[in-house]
Every structure is written in C-alpha cells, then in structure tokens.
Write a protein that binds this ligand. Structure first.
Ligand code: F6R
Length: 592
C-alpha cells in the first residue's frame, strides 16, 4: 500500500525520487522519506506529505544512488521513527519496504538475542537488521539476500543499498509489486511503472521470489535458487500510465471526466469489425461452466454485482462474493464452476488469498483488472484489461465504469448479443450530457447535504447496485455516513432512520420498478426526508431534481454513475477535504 522509488546513476536521483514519490503518494500518505549515499548513508524522513519532506532535505544533494518511500502504516503507528527508509543497527544496510513480514516477531527475537536493538516498531526495520546480520556473517550480499528470503515470510517489495557498495541498489520481491526501469547510464526501481515513465518505457517486472541488483549500466535478476535469469523487458504505453493532471485540480475530477473515453476505448478494444474480440478459449470455458462466481472487494465488488446480473440475462447461473468472505468459507457450486475476479489494482491481498484457493481447487478463472503486469494479471488463467489509464485518486471512478462496461460486453459476447455495444454507445451521450449540463446543479445539491450527518440512496435492481457505489463513494471521501437501500427493503427496517431533513437520493431509471420507487418517495417524504430524484426522461416528473436522457436501463452504472461521483467529489470539496487522498484509505490494499 506504500510507494517505493529508487535510482542509480542518474545525474539527479533526487529529481527522480521526489517526482516519483509525489506520483506514488496516492498509495500511502502517512509519512515519507529518502536515503542516499554521500560519505555515509544519509536519511531524511518525517510524518506528513512529500511536499513537507522536500522542505527538510538539503537543496543540493550530491549522490548517484537514492531510495524513497511513502508510507501507509500497517505495523507500527505513523511516527517519524517508523517512517522508511530504515537503517540497520550498525548502519550497514538502508532499505525501503512495501508489504507485511508475517514472522517479524520471531525474527526480531532472534536478532535481540544477537544483541541487536531497534528504534521503531516496524517489520521493515527487522528485515534491515536481518540483512545486516547475515551480511556481516557471509560477507557476500547475494548469499545474504538468498538467506534472508528463505527466512522472511509474507509479502515484500524491498530495495536497499549497503554502506560499502555505493553504486548498487538491491531488489527483492514476493507478493508485492516491484518494477525495474531500464535507462541509459542509469537504472530505476519503483513499486509501479508510473513514476519511471518520464525516464523510460522499458521495464522488467520481478516475479515472486526473484531478486537482483541494479547499477547505472547493469541489471541482474536471479531466481530463488540464486541462478541468474534472463528477463525480457516489456514496453509500456506512456499515455496509459501517465500521472499528468492535465490542468484538473484533482485526479478524481479528471478521472470522472475520462469516463467517456474509457468506455469508448473498451468498445474499440473488445468489439471490432462487428465482432466481439475475446479469447475464444475464455468464452468456451465460460460457456461450458455451470456456475460463475464473482469475487471482489469494495467498488469492484459492486461492479461484480452488476456483472452477475448480466450473465444471468444469458442464462448463466451466478453468485457474487466479497473476497475476504469467500477466502475463509469458499463455496463453488456446480460441477464446472468458473471464477471471475475483479480488481482495479490487481494487487488486492484479499483477492490474492482467494486466487490461492482457486488454484488449489483447480478452478478456471479470469481476472478483470486495470493493471497489466499486476500479481492477479500475471497469475490468473485469463486476464481482461480495462485499458482505462492509471487511476490515481483513491476513490475509484472510471475503473468502476470500465469494469461494468467490460462485463456488459463479455456477457454480450456470451449471449451473442450485439445490441449491448449499441446500448453502451448510447450511454456516451448521457454521460456527456451530465458533464456538460449538470455539474452546477450537483454542486448545489452537494452544498445542501455537506453538513448532514447521514445520507440515504434508494434504487431497485441496477439502480440499487449503483446506489451501493454512490453511497460508498460519498462516505469514502466526504466522511458522511451513508447507506444504500433497495426500495423494497425500506419498510423492512431502514425507514426507522428517516427523519425530518434527512437527504434521500433516489434513482428512477427502470420502467418496471418506477412506480414502486415513486411509492418509496412518498414514504420518505411523509417522514420529512429531503428527496433528490434522478430520473430518465421517460420516467421524469416535474418535481424531480434531475432528468437524464433515456438509456438501456441495465446500464445505469455506465450512464449515470458520474452523477454519484460528481456528488461525492463536490461534497468533499465543499467540506474542504483532501479529495484524492481520503483519510485511512489506500489505493491498493495489499494487506488483508
Ligand atoms: C473505492 C475503492 C475500493 C476498491 C477496493 C478493491 O473507491 O476503490 O473499494 O474498489 O479496495 O480494490 P481493487 O479494485 O484494486 O481490488
């Protein structure tokens, strides 16, 4: 959940490391730090932002090696001492680490028994000391890394340097991403490719249990047995991993406004010359399966709820699970189950746990992800990429719409139904209409609800699934308590919470349930709720708040999700909150 950067041999490693840290601070923003070599190991770190860190490092730094880290605290509170980089007891090893070392308590005990002492509470400091302990014993850094990797359990992406080999960064990885960027006269490392694209678009992605080193003109990677391996460099599309704000004040706003281009790109990728473009084996496996299980977390789970319904439309039997629930009580009914996992980041620990179980049971599986090269992309049997461009804002927006779009197309391909593509294209007009005309109105609603303690969203069927996402988005970034309720459930309990002035946001886009939803509106209005209704043109009434153009009602999460996203965005903005980096959250949740 944290971010790592490192550079060797650049004219200005400081420039790369700080630019990189700024790009990665969406992954973790409790604290940040850097370390470099200049007549000894120098470390600067503190609680707070990368901007703050910049104010405490020297203006001029002369070095050809530097590492940096942005932290999202897991082991040890967000204090200066727990901030990375960490240095070993005898000042020989300096490292940054992402992930969680599960057996760090035992390792710490071992080191305490060897007269080591610790300044902080982190598992990462234990690894720095373990590296030093074996380095002092073996005198050989490659043997040391092999030994340490055989002892540490858990997830790690680590880069470190020693006090005596001043031109080399070491890298090791398991279950947490680490990418090497190849340059001319320099080499880079980072927890994802994005901070490096200004310098290179050639990358090497480390696999689990691989390790190696980089100097200014050499990259050497070894497998876990310590045998050198020849890794193929991959080329990445600069545009899709760019973090450029393109003039927008926040990534979230930029990403909401990228929704039409995201949907368009998916249509053009997966539907060409009048035909769906999916792997034939994937379609065959899906066709032959007798039950499809969707597994995901958070927003991606909400997309899975929609996707399940899409497949049911074409007579597939489905169930949907939250990953952390399925992981401990896995069920897979039918003789030929097929697992569909959904993950924007492709690195979510709960899902990686599920994939382990899926593999143990030899279940066919697919990952739908926005992150090519991620752990789930590499390890699932099939992978469909969302091609949405990097999503920086912690609150997922365009990736959610992309997930639903792709699921609609996949279902369309299975049902041989090309109308889906037409329906998706029609959604684009609706999205543009919202972008062009409704932002001032949504801002007004945001002003009205920003000081409320609680907000309710009501919908049925696909509008209920959208309500779940709308509610999650609002609570994530505005910290207002909110709930989504299926219209029909209102009377079965939640109506007890409706009182004078409470905002209730209602989606009415499904002709079959519109009149029942009107009934729900009456029920909450009678109890004093302030109702805001979003309705499609053919179901619209003059008292409603917003009228959107008609679209195929099953595509609510594509056509009108941006209303929910803008609302959350403008409420957070009106409250003066940090929209892109909400408290306590991280962009990729790499711990269970
Ligand atoms: C909410 C949000 C999260 C993620 C969840 C799963 O805006 O982004 O709920 O959807 O943490 O993450 P991924 O999709 O990366 O597996």
């Amino acid at each position: 959940m944290c971010g790592i950067v490192g550079a060797v041999g650049l004219i200005s490693p400081k420039e790369y490391v700080f630019k990189g840290l700024k790009m990665l601070d969406y992954r973790g923003y409790d604290s940040a730090g850097v370390a470099y070599f200049n007549s000894g190991i120098k470390i600067y770190k503190d609680v707070g932002s990368v901007e703050h860190l910049l104010t405490i490092v020297p203006e001029e730094i002369k070095t050809n090696i530097m590492i940096g880290h942005t932290r999202w605290a897991t082991h040890g509170s967000p204090t200066k001492l727990n901030t990375h980089p960490h240095i070993s007891f005898n000042q020989r090893i300096c490292l940054v680490h992402n992930g969680v070392i599960e057996n760090y308590v035992e390792l710490k005990k071992f080191l305490l028994g060897k007269n080591y002492s610790f300044y902080g509470e982190t598992d990462s400091e234990v690894v720095a000391n373990l590296l030093e302990y074996y380095y002092l014993e073996y005198g050989d850094i490659i043997e040391t890394i092999k030994k340490v990797m055989s002892e540490i359990k858990g997830s790690y992406a680590i880069t470190f340097f020693t006090d005596d080999i001043k031109d080399t960064l070491y890298v090791l990885k398991n279950a947490s991403p680490l990418v090497v960027g190849l340059g001319k006269g320099f080499n880079l490392v980072a927890s994802d490719a994005s901070p490096m694209i200004e310098y290179t678009n050639e990358f090497i992605e480390l696999e689990d249990k691989e390790f190696g080193y980089i100097t200014n003109d050499k990259v050497a990677i070894f497998n876990k047995a310590g045998k050198p391996i020849d890794k193929q460099a991959i080329h990445k599309d600069v545009e899709l991993i760019s973090h450029d704000l393109k003039g927008y004040p926040h990534y979230m706003l930029k990403e909401i406004e990228e929704i039409p281009q995201t949907v368009n790109r998916l249509i053009n990728t997966y539907f060409q010359k009048g035909k769906y473009q999916f792997d034939k084996n994937l379609l065959k496996d899906l066709e032959e399966s007798d039950h499809i299980i969707f597994i995901a977390c958070g927003t991606s789970y909400h997309a899975g709820l929609v996707g399940g319904r899409y497949l049911e439309k074409y007579n597939k039997s489905t169930s949907r699970f939250i990953a952390s629930e399925w992981a401990f009580h896995p069920t897979y009914p039918g003789a030929k189950p097929f697992i569909i996992m959904i993950s924007q980041s492709g690195e979510t620990a709960d899902l990686i746990h599920c994939l382990k179980i899926v593999k143990e049971h030899n279940l066919k599986n697919l990952i739908i992800t926005n992150t090519g090269g991620s752990t789930l992309d590499r390890n699932c049997m099939y992978s469909l990429l969302l091609h949405s461009g990097v999503e920086v804002s912690v609150a997922s927006t365009k990736a959610y719409v992309a997930q639903v779009t792709l699921l609609a197309m996949l279902a369309g391909a299975l049902g041989n139904d090309k109308q889906v593509v037409e329906d998706l294209r029609n959604c684009l007009d609706v999205v543009h209409g919202i972008q062009d005309h409704y932002k001032p109105l949504i801002m007004k609603v945001a002003e009205e609800i920003k000081d409320k303690k609680s907000v309710f969203f009501l919908g049925r069927s696909f509008d209920y699934f959208l309500s779940l996402e709308a509610s999650l988005k609002l609570k994530e970034i505005s910290y207002i308590h909110s709930e989504a309720i299926p219209g029909g459930e209102l009377k079965h309990g939640p109506i007890a919470l409706i009182e004078k002035g409470i905002p209730v946001i209602v989606f009415i886009t499904d002709p079959d349930t519109a009149s029942s939803m009107r009934g729900n509106i009456e029920e909450v209005k009678t109890r004093g709720a302030k109702v805001y209704t979003i309705a499609t043109k053919s179901l619209y009434r003059s008292e409603d708040t917003m009228m959107v153009e008609d679209y195929a009602y099953y595509l609510s999460s594509v056509a009108i999700a941006s209303i929910a996203f803008y609302l959350a965005y403008y409420v957070a903005l009106a409250k003066g909150l940090n929209v892109d980096k909400p408290r306590n959250l991280a962009k990729s949740v790499t711990v269970e």
